[in-house]
Design a protein around this ligand. Sequence first.
Ligand code: DGL
Length: 266
Amino acid sequence: MAEQPILMFDSGVGGLTVLREARVLMPDRRFVYVADDAAFPYGAWEEPALRAHMLDLFAVLLERYRPEISVIACNTASTLVIDDLRRRFPGHPFVGTVPAIKPAAERTRSGLVSVLATPGTVKRQYTRDLIRQWASKCHVRLVGSERLASLAEVYMRDGFVDEEEVRAEIAPCFVEQEGRRTDIVVLACTHYPFLANRMRKTAPWPVDWLDPAEAIARRALSLVDGRPRPLESANGGEPDIAVFTSGKPDFAARRLMQGFGLTVAV
Ligand code: DGL
């Protein structure tokens, strides 16, 4: 019988930042990458509609791919529906991705931390609760970006990004207060690490950009069956696949997935 795959889920290409870390930690596993491109961007959805959409979609995905675990490699979705998914599909392990506010609060020296995310993630109660629970001693600025996830999509597909747009989107993250400056920016959208170099280049001063991808991959590793598998037979010869909910990824999206070693499913 073929191995059960690990399902890696995002609204677009952002989850690939988590997939690449997961592959390093679990080279003997088969992955199914699902991009809900028909519904991108999640950042703009109303909460009840996105919740219902995700629950319906996962009923289909779990039935079709029978994964061992599912990684919701999307902050915008996780901060809204991770608890609902666990309730609706008890027994199936879900790994969520939520803003790395706790590690940021532990590491900051200036006490000024910014959380860069989609407008959806910024307005979630889940995010507010994380701040109250872990960062009550810090000054946390929440920055909801309308454009960055789409800029990352274009950058990854077409190789181009307008640096002035990146500069404008990240500018509100940089706060100066009583001689102190923001020293950590939490990348609370899985699309953003793809733009990290441009962010570094256009930032007014150097900061730590916190990317939680490796931590998410470690959490996934801790949940999968630990039996070692010989690399060549790990997936029964089946390739890792990419699934687009639109059913019609363009040439650039296909090429990108191939670059990540994923065969686009038809
Ligand atoms: N990659 C998603 C996240 O981590 C968001 C992109 C979107 O707006 O759909 O939040």
